[in-house]
Design a protein around this ligand. Sequence first.
Ligand SMILES: Cc1cc2nc3c(=O)[nH]c(=O)nc-3n(C[C@H](O)[C@H](O)[C@H](O)COP(=O)(O)OP(=O)(O)OC[C@H]3O[C@@H](n4cnc5c(N)ncnc54)[C@H](O)[C@@H]3O)c2cc1C
Length: 276
Amino acid sequence: MNLNTVRAVRRPASAAEISDWRDGYAWLAGGTWLFSEPQPAVDTLIDLERLGWPALEATAAGLDIAATCRIAELYHFAAPKEWIAAPLIRTCCEGLLASFKIWNAATVGGNVCMSLPAGAMISLVVGLEGVCTLWPRGGKPREVPAVSFVTGNHANVLAPGELLRKILLPASSLKKRFAMRRASLTHLGRSAALLIGTRGADGGLLLTITAATPRPVQIRFAEDPSAASLHAAIDAAIEPTGYFDDVHGSAAYKRHLTYHFAEEIRAELAGTGAAR
Ligand SMILES: Cc1cc2nc3c(=O)[nH]c(=O)nc-3n(C[C@H](O)[C@H](O)[C@H](O)COP(=O)(O)OP(=O)(O)OC[C@H]3O[C@@H](n4cnc5c(N)ncnc54)[C@H](O)[C@@H]3O)c2cc1C
């Protein structure tokens, strides 16, 4: 839609050009959300496109995903063989309700910064223990674990004008076995629950619960939990009233899915079973 409050579009070649942040400014990534509804508080869009950040860089440390990497580009990333958790990338991309236009224009950073409970890129980067690099206006870059980035429904740790620059998926996480479960009330619809489990050579299970709760919840087990201790750990991490209630599923339904999927993941990753 036309944004009739917007009076200017800036296209900086470097983020440092935008030092004078004020109310009314908004970073523009793929624009799929920004142009999907009126933005009465926005008068100036600052387009990230000309910053020219490389979309994906695979190194010994892991996979660096630029905030401006499009979901379609991430989907086609060919991972080294030893990154056995890499199939999660495609599965999470497919977990996003997206038309052809959204699929090709939306960015990973835009999805993470939207900070919706069903943000499939959030599930991915939290499940794989990502680290976000943030560029504040006028301050030093800082790093925030992806699990701490989203603080609630459509809320995150970004200060006004702060830019999400990239997310590193560590190689150590990409080398873990994984299991993932997702449910949606409608075919190709928004996730009601998206759970990811990973298990490294040390045997510990890391369970990530997204979409069912307003913000990601992560539970780490030093050893394989029993079904009862898994259930108890979920209860300790999420209050019965702590599930997200919306048109994509009631809180009670999402709570039920959480226990059910967590148990399936626990069973799948227990012992020495092969990677999925
Ligand atoms: C019909 C429809 C269905 C959708 N369904 C889903 C769904 O199922 N699951 C889901 O997760 N999302 C869904 N979305 C929302 C989707 O997450 C966003 O449209 C998309 O991911 C945003 O990416 P973008 O690059 O287009 O961001 P934009 O629209 O350009 O920006 C989104 C927001 O993030 C800010 N932003 C963008 N990049 C940065 C950055 N690097 N640093 C700081 N701030 C930044 C912008 O200022 C803006 O506030 C849906 C949207 C639509 C329109």
